[in-house]
Design a protein around this ligand. Structure first.
Ligand SMILES: [Zn+2]
Ligand SMILES: [Zn+2]
Length: 173
């Protein structure tokens, strides 16, 4: 889905679409339902949009794949990449909008949405907020129940204390 900047009418344009987006080098794209409004002021373009997408991501704790829904809203200004120098030096400091760039009079809406989705995907996604993760000793998925090795595990923070007790015992004897 591409938009020619010079072809954007004065009153702006609106588009709604389902865009296939590939995230994290997956083989199958996820579909983003996108609604955008595009406005142009000479060469500057303002894009306001929302995107709904469900992405299958590996949980950072239990390592299982989970379908996580994202509801994204964004508002971003785009200027031609050719104008980049003057614009940035003059105005970037006191902006409240994010600034992006386009080139060849063309905005790639799919790329813009993909960028927004990537910004929303957490570094360590969780299948659910209270995911218990895997046992560090036996690797069992603790969401499915407790394992047996937990009780036998020595808390490393208590190890020096155990050693100290040993020493006391030796002295008494
Ligand atoms: Zn999980
Ligand atoms: Zn275990």
């Amino acid at each position: 889905m591409k938009v020619n900047v010079s072809g954007i009418p004065e009153e702006g344009l609106q588009q709604e679409a389902d865009l296939p987006i590939i995230i994290n080098n997956k083989t199958k794209p996820d579909i983003a339902h996108v609604f955008i409004k595009v406005f142009r002021f000479k060469k500057r373009v303002l894009i306001e949009g929302t995107a709904k997408i469900s992405v299958a991501l590996k949980c950072g704790r239990c390592l299982k794949e989970a379908l996580l829904p994202f509801d994204i809203a964004f508002k971003e200004e785009y200027i031609p990449a050719e104008d980049i120098r003057g614009e940035i030096e003059q105005e970037l400091s006191d902006r409240d909008l994010d600034l992006g760039f386009y080139s060849n009079d063309e905005l790639d809406i799919k790329e813009i949405v993909k960028e927004q989705v990537l910004l929303s995907v957490p570094m360590k996604p969780l299948c659910r907020d209270d995911c218990r993760g895997l046992c560090l000793v036996c690797g069992k998925d603790l969401n499915e129940g407790a394992c047996n090795c937990r009780k036998e595990e020595i808390d490393p923070r208590l190890a020096p204390l155990a050693k100290f007790k040993e020493i006391l015992k030796d002295r008494k004897e």
